[in-house]
Write a protein of this length. Structure first.
Lengths: 95, 249
């Protein structure tokens, strides 16, 4: 797994929609709607930054492989560790 | 010399979970015909009996993948955002039996099965110990929830195991791990929960893509629309145990 975060929700959404367009999402059969969670439902850390976990293969597929180095170089997107991704433990229902 | 066709037939297993009346759904990861793969991930897992409900994931990144467990194909959930959604049925009487294993030391409540609304269902929960949390219709311990201890070690991984909830409005709810009935490890240490609240399960492997995600494999899920008898339940649990390499009582 690879983990990323950004404070820029607009950037997050533009990346998601750009990748969706490249991969043809949503598909005509409606079975794939998007490549990853929209900002509105994506997890956020305590500072309100959007978090994204993707499988290793995801970042090797075009166009993500092309886009990602640019995003990381810009500083707008950071790669983080699994521990940082999971830093906010889920609460428990009924407690 | 050609092989005698009789020798090429699959060997009879001797037990078919669908032979028990009331089967509502049977998700079997090892039945390739029930899996729709997309870019190597599971887009749809379709039940092979009863309502034949399709559990699916419309977000590409949130799809589980397949792995091999005991020589069989199971679904692997990443604990970050993987899960499958399905249209469930509201019930007070039902039996859920799940062959699964948690593969990472995860914090809090991690749902193998969830209603996706209140957070009821069946979960691996890490507290001061590791608990199998079973809640249907609410979270009052002994009323609509029971949390048996799976391990005294909080960081212990839950499973591989066969996890069962049998419940009915008339008789209450009971929890079994690997074929053995378990009582609650949390006050009031009940042996059953007196459930009469209807509940609708609708998620496999998570509550949502950002909450209560289960990291591990789920090989098979059986759902009956009634409380199974002890012998019926054990037959299913032993079937799952043998198939997935789990010792069942």
């Amino acid at each position: 797994m690879r983990y990323y975060r950004t404070a820029d929700a607009d950037l997050y959404e533009s990346i998601r929609l750009q990748l969706d367009a490249a991969w043809g999402h949503p598909t005509p059969d409606g079975k794939t709607v998007t490549c990853f969670d929209p900002a509105a439902v994506a997890p956020r850390d305590a500072a309100g930054r959007l978090l994204l976990a993707v499988k290793d293969e995801f970042v090797t597929w075009e166009p993500a492989a092309t886009l990602l180095p640019q995003l990381l170089a810009s500083g707008a997107v950071e790669e983080i560790s699994a521990d940082q991704y999971a830093a906010v433990p889920p609460r428990h229902h009924g407690q | 010399m050609p092989m005698n066709p009789r020798l090429l037939r699959p060997k009879a297993s001797g037990f078919n979970p669908a032979s028990i009346s009331g089967i509502a759904n049977w998700w079997d990861g090892n039945d390739a015909a029930t899996l729709t793969l997309n870019a190597g991930a599971v887009q749809t897992w379709t039940s092979k009996a009863g309502l034949k409900t399709a559990a699916s994931q419309s977000t590409a990144n949130n799809r589980p993948v397949t792995i091999t467990v005991n020589g069989k194909t199971a679904l692997s959930f990443d604990g970050a955002n993987d899960g499958l959604d399905f249209t469930g049925t509201s019930r007070t009487d039902e039996t859920w039996i799940i062959a699964a294993a948690q593969t990472a030391d995860q914090s809090g409540q991690r749902q193998m099965l969830s209603d996706g609304g209140n957070g009821t269902g069946m979960s691996a929960t890490k507290g001061s110990v590791k608990l199998l949390e079973v809640a249907f219709g609410g979270f009052t311990e002994g009323t609509n929830r029971l949390r048996p201890q799976y391990s005294a070690t909080a960081s212990a991984l839950m499973g591989p195991g066969v996890f069962t909830c049998v419940r009915s409005a008339a008789a209450g709810g009971f929890v079994f791990i690997d074929g053995t009935q378990r009582t609650g490890a949390v006050s009031p240490f009940a042996s059953s929960f007196s459930t009469s609240n209807a509940d609708t399960m609708s998620k496999i492997g998570y509550y949502s893509s950002s909450l209560f995600q289960f990291q591990g494999w789920i090989g098979e899920i059986l759902l009956y629309d009634r409380a199974l008898s002890a012998s019926e339940r054990l037959n299913v649990e032993r079937y799952l145990g043998k198939k997935w390499g789990i010792t069942v009582a």
